[in-house]
Design a protein around this ligand. Sequence first.
Ligand code: ZN
Length: 458
Amino acid sequence: MNNTNPYLQFDRQMVGDIYTSQEVMENLTVLCDEHGSRFAGTPEEYAAANFIAECFKRYGLQNVRLEAYPYAGWTRGTATLEIISPIHRTLHCISLPYCPAGEVAAELVSAGYGSPAEYSALGNAMVDKLVMAKSASPPALGRWVHRKEKFERAVLGGASAFIFLSEHPGVGPETGSLQNDNPAPIPGISVCKEDGEFLARLMARHGNVTLKLQTTDINEPRTSWNVVADLPGHESSEEIVILGCHYDGHDISQGAHDPASGMVSVIEASRVLAAYAADSLKRTIRFIAFGTEEIGLTGAFRYVEAHASELDNIRFMLNMDAAGGTSRKGIVLHHWDTLEPFFHEAREQMNAEVPVGQKVHSYSDHFPFFLKGVPSSHMGDAEAPPAGRGFGHTAYDTLDKVQLENLRAASAVGARIALRTANAENFPAKRRTAEAVQKIVDTDPGLEGYRISLKLKQ
Ligand SMILES: [Zn+2]
């Protein structure tokens, strides 16, 4: 199809630069190899925030700053899991973020895949027991079931502790927080797939299996930071488009794919937009590196609180969490039907593979914006079936697994979409009312986990 591309000159310059530069991989190397996991509350996190701010300054962005906020900090302690009956054995395990320190000895029960049906079938059999669930989503349910939903159903069922079993062989235990910005009411730990299978065999052969779990984690208040930088618009500096990604990873990992591949793609988009589009920008593009996402989307929640008076002026928010990984570089809209034709046209202009779809979930930094009614999206593939994390959230999410081509593709799509959303004369979406948001929250099947969180808070 032959169609005119009003952004052709910018596209050639920005995309040409991205595909002839190593900068995005160099930035990934600094984030992962020099600043490590960048886990919330660590010196590495603060050093990474400053590195990102330096990149933004070096590329010519304005108002570059770290915005500090308090949050519920958590530090991993050693966790011990012992089988005390019918045999004696110690298994390797790790605490999950927001696990409290404690000691629990109890019988083990299995919630299988942790589907709503499996939890209701357990019923009172969960009370005061150690409940285990696999990380895999229930095969027949047709939706992803997040770890937090499985944990919270165990808490609501009266469990005394929770064990998360990885679904992937050979990658060790999978981490991930139990709660958002809040110490968990009961301990939760994770074991590798191989030990999970062993526990399941033991239960099948012997019926009753009793375990003792000890955790020593520290929960205490701390400070974290969002990094914010602007490329000002010349027609309106108040109306803004946001490109964001978190920079914190999990403490057991480099977090190279999740999130750093997305973070460096945001930084790379800022570099080429500043170099080639700054003088022609009609509205402001704001780049945000969110802190503390992995343990509660806390940086993003604090951002929307601190910037409440500006939310009407956010034209569009694109969350690029882990976007430089292997998934397709599409635009996944959060119930914004009126925006589909806009992005279809953008895709035609760009001559790029950019699947456009609709699907919202509550487990990344777009969600606080979605809850405030801001037109929001994330980079990904709305058509992809529910899948596990693979090496994600394990010690094996390392830089060697990230492909330069994927970083380039994510950076290019991010920069081109940001330019088009900032410069469009008529952008067909406006902030939703609280009532309209509530209606989606109450009915969207993909937000079932969020509804369970609200139930637990009551
Ligand atoms: Zn992430």
